[in-house]
Design a protein around this ligand. Structure first.
Ligand code: HEC
Ligand code: HEC
Ligand code: HEC
Length: 445
């Protein structure tokens, strides 16, 4: 055999062996369908516990259609726009034809543990199985009991628009998992106490905070090297949750708890945009101790104990910056624009922020590398059921032009922070405006 033939032979041989190995890794058998289990076959305790697991995993958020008038709860067809095309979530009600009614508990468990559907096909990581794999067997079993005892809804989702060849799930998803997925239940870290471990279990698994707060690589996988460094989601920036969080006041356990429990942290601001439903519709169902545990965990992730000594001075500086810019006649036209549009609500004269008048000098909207959140808040407003109970901020969608929004953003960044100015503000304002389709009719609902 010539050398060249030998080399080619070796490469082909390796390819065949690799291909067989890959198939063994990526191919899964179908699990036999079952007739839908009766709700009465589950104990009310299991169903109740499962309801909490569903709340902590926001299943209803991604499995309920919201566009075009919306759809029934858990019946899927929620549109997720990804760089690889639109993916529509599955119906997870117990309907046997269009939902998961004929999935055995083993099939459901395999989907949560490994991201494999009952028929053996690979699921896209838009379904955050890379986090759900950490959920305990007991919690998955309770979750199954809860889902199977919900009303069955007959309704198929729309077709995905993921193009060829990424839509060949066996190969595309198989390789993705080979590269980025490490399956396995959460293991307690003995270096930490029970509360920390409970918080980490929820945050890293069911509550999948990293799915929005960790940047992703070109193939859509979370970058392990940049854990919690922040990411853009539906136009909004989910800020870093580690020591790279740029807001002047360090997120302490107390601030985190208030934010995650009530949607508002007095020394930071409100949970708006994609973060909004998390405290209000989901974490609010959990026992307070679970939310406290998540706060406890992130106060460690961002090293609050070592850094929170700076907080008092940071609040004082922010209040001084605000006061200095609100007193006396304003000759700066940008300041006058702010006075007219915003200052009636956003002014603070005392030593500390007043609830109901968020101190912008402390808010992530002014401190992030990009002005996305500031523009999004101006465009959307904050509904009365978002943020603080019953307290709304009007939408400026029609009230302010892109040019005006850009001037207010530049002014606030210049006077309330010590960070470099943002660039191309008017263009960015227009880009954010274009993400609102259709525009809000009445932001104070
Ligand atoms: C971030 C959005 C998101 C969240 C949160 C989410 N899912 Fe999904 N889920 C999806 C998408 C999208 C799919 C479809 C994936 C695909 O087509 O490959 C899916 C698919 C599934 C499937 C496969 C169904 C089938 O017919 O193949 C199951 C089971 C499932 N999800 C259960 C759950 C449960 C239980 C929860 C809550 C613990 C949950 N999901 C939370 C987005 C989500
Ligand atoms: C669906 C995406 C998404 C998920 C899931 C999510 N977040 Fe967020 N989060 C965001 C966005 C977007 C913001 C910015 C909201 C704003 O500025 O009002 C945010 C803001 C925050 C903030 C405020 C940061 C700051 O500096 O202002 C904290 C703290 C936070 N999230 C914690 C969490 C925790 C803990 C979890 C898991 C329990 C979580 N988030 C899950 C999208 C998400
Ligand atoms: C009518 C009163 C009012 C006006 C006018 C107003 N706001 Fe607000 N704003 C609020 C309230 C109230 C909140 C907190 C809402 C909540 O938590 O429910 C808020 C919150 C915010 C936040 C923080 C959002 C978060 O995620 O934490 C920003 C940023 C903001 N406003 C910017 C502005 C800007 C810029 C203007 C002027 C263009 C403005 N606001 C005008 C009342 C107002």
């Amino acid at each position: 055999m010539t050398l060249i033939k030998r080399v080619v032979g070796a490469v082909v041989g390796l390819g065949v062996v690799g291909g067989v190995g890959f198939l063994a890794y990526a191919w899964y058998p179908s699990i036999a369908p079952v007739s839908p289990p009766a709700a009465s076959s589950f104990s009310p305790e299991a169903i109740h516990r499962g309801q909490l697991v569903a709340a902590a995993g926001y299943c209803a958020e991604c499995h309920t259609r919201t566009d075009n008038g919306g759809g029934p709860r858990m019946a899927g067809d929620y549109k997720m726009e990804t760089p690889f095309g639109d993916i529509f979530s599955s119906n997870i009600t117990p309907d046997p034809e269009t939902g998961i009614g004929n999935w055995s508990e083993a099939a459901f468990k395999r989907a949560m543990n490994l991201g494999i559907a009952r028929d053996g096909s690979q699921l896209y990581p838009a379904f955050p199985f890379d986090h759900f794999t950490k959920v305990s067997d007991q919690d998955v079993s309770d979750l199954y009991a809860y889902l199977m005892s919900q009303p069955a809804i007959h309704r198929a989702p729309r077709e995905n628009t993921v193009p060829f060849p990424i839509n060949i799930r066996l190969i595309g998803q198989g390789f993705w998992k080979l590269l980025f997925f490490s399956p396995g239940r959460y293991r307690n870290d003995p270096a930490h106490d029970a509360e920390w471990n409970r918080g980490a279990y929820l945050a890293e698994g069911d509550a999948h905070c990293g799915a929005c707060h960790t940047p992703r690589n070109a193939l859509g996988a979370e970058k392990k090297s940049a854990l919690y460094d922040g990411n853009v989601i539906d136009g909004w920036i989910a800020p870093p949750l580690n020591e790279h969080n740029p807001t002047p006041v360090v997120w302490t356990e107390d601030e985190l708890f208030k934010y995650l429990r009530h949607g508002v942290a007095p020394l930071h601001g409100s949970a708006a945009g994609p973060m909004n439903p998390i405290p209000h519709e989901f974490l609010s169902e959990l026992p307070e101790s679970d939310v406290r545990a998540i706060a406890h965990y992130y106060a460690d992730v961002d090293h609050a104990a070592q850094r929170e000594g700076q907080n008092q001075a940071a609040v004082a500086t922010a209040m001084d910056r605000s006061k200095a810019n609100l007193i006396g006649p304003q000759t700066d036209p940008d300041a006058r624009l702010y006075q007219g549009a915003c200052a009636a609500c956003h002014y603070n004269a005392g030593p500390a922020p007043v609830p109901g008048r968020p101190e912008l000098a402390l808010n992530n909207a002014l401190w992030l590398d990009e002005p996305n959140n500031l523009f999004m808040v101006m465009l959307h407003g904050i509904g009365a059921r978002e943020g603080q109970d019953g307290i709304a901020m009007p939408s400026f969608y029609t009230g302010l032009s892109d040019h005006d929004m850009a001037r207010i953003a530049a002014y606030l960044r210049r006077t309330r922070t010590n960070l470099p100015p943002w660039t191309d503000l008017e263009k960015k304002a227009a880009k954010m405006r274009a993400t609102l389709k259709p525009p809000p009719i009445n932001a104070s609902h």
